[in-house]
Design a protein around this ligand. Structure first.
Ligand code: 5GP
Ligand code: MG
Ligand code: MG
Length: 179
């Protein structure tokens, strides 16, 4: 595949992970989830906005009975994680005694997921696991066990396939990294 570069706001990005690879990796996750959650009727909680494409492509390939819902966390800006507690918005499902699978776009420091898991655990789920499109293991600052990772990446800022740079880039079908 030919490399491409794009400009979003003031920054240049170049192609990094192509759609074909993303879909292949997501297909493997879906198979694993099908096996692990057969007869458990999991509740998938996709964290908006970043996980919308990942959630869609993953859940199309999950064949077991499941429920799907969407939550948001209060905001995050620019390229740096703030580490602030983000409130869970829009959770209307009763997660008590459910097998919950959180769908995330990317785990960087892990503050967001750590926080989210704490808030969800207070509601007494039967189990919680996390499925993330991307993970930056070098940046992780929490003792988190992320069971489903489509792709690990080094500490580069990436956009596309749901991920944005100050609002732009979510619609890109490939993942780009900052040049
Ligand atoms: P954490 O709390 O794990 O440090 O960061 C998680 C959130 O930071 C992600 O949900 C995402 O919104 C944002 N983030 C972290 N790294 C990146 C990146 O490389 N690109 C983009 N677009 N967002 C990122
Ligand atoms: Mg996220
Ligand atoms: Mg963002």
């Amino acid at each position: 595949m030919d490399p491409r570069t794009i400009k979003l706001h003031d920054c240049e990005f170049s192609t990094y992970i192509f759609e074909e690879e993303i879909i292949a990796r997501i297909s493997m996750l879906a198979e694993q989830i099908d096996q692990d959650y057969a007869h458990k009727k999991p509740l998938f909680l996709a964290v908006l906005n970043g996980s919308f494409m990942f959630a869609s492509d993953l859940l199309k390939r999950v064949t077991i009975p499941c429920e799907i819902s969407f939550i948001r966390l209060s905001s995050y800006q620019n390229m740096q994680s703030t580490g602030k507690v983000k409130e869970v918005l829009g959770l209307t499902e009763d997660v008590h005694s459910r097998h919950v699978v959180v769908l995330e776009d990317i785990v960087d420091t892990g503050h967001t997921v750590h926080n989210l898991l704490q808030q969800l655990n207070e509601r007494g789920p039967a189990s919680i696991e996390v499925a993330t499109l991307l993970m930056k293991p070098e940046c992780l600052q929490h003792d988190l066990n992320i069971k489903y990772v489509a792709r690990s990446i080094p500490n580069d800022f990436v956009v596309g396939y749901g991920l944005d740079y100050n609002g732009l880039g979510r619609n890109l079908r490939d993942i780009y990294k900052i040049v």
